[in-house]
Design a protein around this ligand. Structure first.
Ligand code: SF4
Length: 486
């Protein structure tokens, strides 16, 4: 196995790949590695070249590829996946060997290539749409020669900062700016663009201040929001929750939605109806009171300290007569903002598993063992923190109420926290996998949490975890069917 170490960019990969092709190194014989910035800083002499490839006796291969394949490779190179360089080399290898089907969406590698490129193009579009430049706060700790007028913080899904920075450099004239992301930053001094890999703490450089224009924009945004016309699903489809925190108006959105849900919607409608012409009818004074939403008792829960730093409690979702209940760990960043469980990346992966198990999400009851988001700040990102045993126990009160209300025939616990909550004792997930048990008259199947699949570095490992979740769900489906027939 030959190790090829490269910078984490397309140009470095391309140079290394052409040299490897010239040496006829097969894809399965190469271990592609990215040179970490820390390694480079520690031993700079080792990393003089952009790509540390064993020097071939022959010149780099000349490969003619179609313009379309070239674009696909370039875009797919920005896809965040540690295995991407090896995959791109396999595509190039097959093309070089005359296998043109690799550029077709009908081919297995081709389909993956198109999927990666599509995700990256979407990330580019999102970044252009949702980056907001804001006036830099005077005195923030950006080094003196680099103090830009505007700063922006953004968390791209894929590695599209370089591409987007060029886009903004073309459009922002001589205004100077800095875009910071969790792993890199782009600086524009009015003439030159500079890219740097930085740790997440560089978000400090994005401390901004609100100018008059921003205050005006916020006032306008709030005044145009009509709670009576709020369609939350359409709203989130139009602008995904994960972009909210980067927008000046982002902090207004959860509270406006929550106000709309807790009465403003009805009041606005009542006012609208009251302004319509029509005949007067006598009504009872009591009935004429606008219906007030019951404050959510879950949201008011203070059984442990997790409520203090969360936006809201996230209740379970699904029909009360669901035969299968899925219990996860706790809401994540996006769930905390939107107040709904399983809508973030892990939720999307769970949807794939649900589909593979031939189940439908709307027939399942989905909830979490812990109802408030526990997190720690890393840069500007709120990273998940595992709930402590006493927090799981405190929140068991709410889980128990859901179990009593829904009375599912089968419960699938996703991850160790959910299993611990259900069994009311600390357990190791490994001991319970693939062992259906009975708890309080319910069949219980333990499997992995989808976020465990997300944390796998390699596609194969991710697939294995996803398959295990899908087969646990399929087993739950069979058990629920058998239960119904009894
Ligand atoms: Fe209450 Fe659970 Fe929230 Fe703790 S995590 S405050 S127990 S709802």
């Amino acid at each position: 196995m030959q190790i090829i170490s490269i910078d984490d960019d397309y140009q470095a990969w391309r140079e290394a790949a052409l040299q490897a092709l010239a040496s006829r190194m097969a894809p399965e014989d190469i271990d592609w590695r990215v040179i970490a910035d820390d390694d480079r800083a520690a031993t700079p002499a080792l990393f003089d070249d952009r790509a540390r490839v064993p020097r071939a006796a022959v010149a780099p291969a000349k490969v003619r590829i179609s313009r379309e394949l070239g674009e696909l490779l370039k875009d797919a190179a920005c896809y965040r996946d540690t295995a991407r360089w090896a995959f791109l080399y396999r595509v190039l290898w097959r093309w070089h060997d005359g296998d043109r089907s690799v550029a077709s969406a009908a081919d297995c590698d081709g389909a993956r290539l198109y999927k990666m490129a599509k995700a990256v193009r979407r990330a580019k579009h999102d970044m252009i749409a949702y980056v907001r430049f804001r006036l830099r706060e005077p005195g923030n700790d950006v080094p003196a020669p680099d103090q830009p007028e505007y700063v922006a913080w953004y968390e791209p899904e894929h590695d599209v900062l370089a591409w987007s920075a060029e886009h903004f450099a073309r459009r922002m004239g001589r205004s100077t700016w800095l875009i910071s992301t969790p792993d890199a930053a782009a600086w524009w001094d009015g003439k030159n663009l500079r890219l740097e890999h930085r740790p997440a703490s560089s978000s400090d450089h994005c401390r901004h201040t609100a100018d008059e224009a921003e205050a005006l924009w916020l006032a306008y945004y709030r005044s145009t929001f009509n709670p009576a016309r709020l369609n939350e699903t359409a709203f989130e489809q139009h602008m995904s929750v994960r972009f909210w925190k980067g927008l000046p108006e982002g902090h207004l959105i959860p509270s406006m939605i929550s106000e709309a849900k807790s009465g403003a919607q009805r009041i606005a409608q009542a006012r609208g109806v009251g302004m319509l012409g029509g005949k007067s009818v006598p009504v009872d004074a009591h009935d004429a009171q606008p219906a007030r939403a019951q404050p959510s008792t879950l949201d008011a829960c203070r059984r442990c300290e997790l409520w203090r730093h969360a936006t809201q409690a996230v209740d379970g979702i699904g029909p009360d007569d669901a035969r299968i209940m899925l219990i996860g760990e706790q809401p994540g960043d996006q769930e905390d903002l939107a107040g709904k469980p399983f809508i973030g990346p892990a939720g999307r992966l769970l949807d794939v598993a649900i589909e593979r198990a031939e189940l439908r999400r709307e027939h399942l009851y989905l909830t979490n063992a812990v109802k408030h988001f526990k997190w720690m700040l890393r840069g500007k990102r709120r990273l998940h923190k595992t709930a402590a045993q006493q927090e799981i126990e405190a929140c068991g009160y709410w889980l128990q109420r859901e179990l009593e209300r829904v009375t599912p025939a089968v419960v699938v616990t996703l991850g160790a926290t959910a299993l611990t909550a259900l069994l009311r004792e600390k357990v190791s997930l490994r001991d319970w996998l693939d062992r259906p048990i009975e708890v309080d008259g319910m069949r219980v199947i333990a499997t992995y949490h989808p976020s465990f699949a997300l944390r796998q570095e390699h596609d194969e490992a991710r697939e294995r975890v996803l398959d295990a979740i899908a087969s646990a769900l399929a087993r739950a489906r069979d058990l629920a069917d058998a239960e119904r027939e009894r």
